[in-house]
Design a protein around this ligand. Structure first.
Ligand SMILES: Nc1nc2c(ncn2[C@@H]2O[C@H](COP(=O)(O)OP(=O)(O)O)[C@@H](O)[C@H]2O)c(=O)[nH]1
Ligand SMILES: [Mg+2]
Length: 455
């Protein structure tokens, strides 16, 4: 029998209301000890999913709080088990006292993700939906949240399940033909099998190909800020991030590590990277920083090349510009426009020297980055399609596509029934791992340990 678990599911305190959850076979009997409803009815007799007013009782019998509670009898609860929720005031001592009493009554502290793991184990959701819960909780932008919410409704799991069922039906038919070959069953139709396998393969390929776009939605489009020391890269980073994250000084060579921050530009996730100023330096740490800056520029989808508009161009600016020109999507940022509102003498030539994706005169110091921020928002995919965002799911889908390719090639030779079966079954098994129908306990553990406590 699983243990009854308890945890606080809400966020940091103090706050208006905190949510403490209990799930498991003893959830209602523990609730009866820690919460005394006004009408004194035992929890098992409450109307499901309806609030009750009462007192939260501490281990020593003291009243800790006056608040609401509700019961969600299994199997129609989030976890599929008996689940109780207490909505007490969001006070650290109240929640601690309440949990303490729950533990004294035999509940155990819920490990991270345990509520959702139980939901998965009791068949309330498949793995794609469970992973979407974690994605939704950790979403860093509206768009990321939207993609996670779509998966929560089973958009990926449902499609994978349908394809898997079609393949299973095909295999069942194949076995039937082999087992009862004397009877009046039609012989196995290889051309039809090839058609089914090919259709499944193309649907899975499409899902898999959405992963790159899905990853951008989840992790943010990588945008590297490069330029010579003191051009104002860190100031731009802070202005875009809307907070003082990077150190800004008039001293050259301040930034050495690559700083990363996912920001939400008009709801779209953009991962901005602040880098070390490009110059030749004697300092080992700074040299390493410059190397990392070059790498970041090469890996990013877009580079923002920051130039100080208020002074002449230097050799170091030229280095930064040539690095930027190697990026397919390079943006010219003409910074310190507050010092120099009019175009610099060199500016026209610079604008024409390359097909810049965009040019923005701005002042990072004054925070006039709104037009740039709006432009960055356009980089994120705007998915109408179902997007796979989990690397785990994408890896399995890729392997399933290759198993199906093997099965198709065996089926086209129509003599190697064993090989065909093996490959098709491998695909079925891989798809089962996507949704969790054939997942191992280790895998489930790995996935749910990424969750927070109380979810
Ligand atoms: N007037 C003005 N000063 C700026 C602007 N952006 C950066 N600075 C100043 O330029 C210096 C270097 O800025 P920082 O962001 O550290 O440059 P980085 O070395 O490229 O990261 C600091 O003294 C900033 O205050 C700007 O738009 N206008
Ligand atoms: Mg800097």
């Amino acid at each position: 029998m699983p243990a009854t678990i308890a945890a606080c599911s809400s966020g940091s305190m103090p706050c208006g209301v905190a949510l403490v959850r209990l799930s498991g076979p003893e959830a209602f009997s523990v609730l009866d000890q820690v919460f005394l409803p006004k009408n004194q009815q035992p929890a098992a007799r409450w109307t499901p999913r309806t609030m009750r007013f009462g007192q939260v009782i501490a281990k020593d019998g003291r009243t800790l709080d006056l608040c609401l509670a509700a019961v969600f009898p299994g199997p129609n609860s989030y976890t599929g088990e008996d689940l109780a929720e207490i909505y007490c005031h969001g006070s650290q001592p109240v929640v601690a006292g309440l949990l303490d009493h729950c533990f004294a009554q035999g509940a155990i502290p819920a490990p991270p993700g345990e509520f959702t793991k139980r939901a998965f184990l009791s068949g309330r959701m498949d793995l794609t939906e469970a992973e979407a819960v974690a994605d939704l909780i950790h979403a860093q932008s509206e768009l990321g949240a939207k993609a996670a919410a779509a998966q929560l409704t089973g958009s990926v799991g449902g499609r994978v399940k349908t394809i898997r069922e079609e393949l299973l039906a095909l295999l069942a038919h194949f076995y039937a033909v082999c087992d009862y070959s004397d009877e009046a069953l039609e012989p196995f139709d290889y051309p039809n099998a090839i058609a089914v396998l090919t259709a499944s393969k193309s649907q899975l390929t499409q899902l898999y190909q959405g992963f790159q776009r899905g990853r951008l939605v989840r992790e943010g489009v990588p945008v590297a800020i490069i330029g010579r020391p003191n051009a104002g890269k860190s100031s731009l980073f802070n202005a875009l991030a809307g907070q003082e994250r990077a150190i800004v000084t008039e001293e050259a060579g301040t930034t050495r590590d690559v700083l990363e921050q996912v920001i939400s530009c008009d709801g779209a996730p953009v991962r901005i990277l602040d880098t070390a100023g490009l110059r030749n330096s004697q300092s080992k740490a700074e040299q390493k920083g410059v190397e990392l800056a070059r790498q970041a520029a090469q890996q990013a989808q877009t580079v923002l090349c920051v130039i100080d508009r208020s002074v002449s161009l230097t050799q170091e600016d030229q280095d930064a510009l040539s690095l930027a020109r190697q990026c397919p999507l390079a943006v010219l940022v003409l910074n310190k426009a507050d010092l120099s509102p009019n175009p610099a003498p060199w500016e026209d030539a610079l604008r024409k020297s390359h097909s810049w994706a965009a040019v923005f005169p701005l002042s990072a110091k004054e925070g006039t980055v709104e037009p740039l921020s709006r432009w960055l928002a356009g980089l994120a995919p705007h998915p109408e399609e179902t997007l796979v965002t989990s690397a785990r799911q994408a890896g399995l889908l890729e392997q399933a596509v290759s198993a199906l390719e093997d099965a198709i090639s065996s089926a086209s030779q129509s003599m190697t029934a064993d090989a065909f079966l093996l490959d098709a079954e491998r695909a079925v098994n891989l798809l089962g791992q996507v949704t969790g129908e054939t997942a191992s306990a280790d895998l489930a553990h790995e996935i749910f340990s990424r969750f927070c406590v109380g979810k």
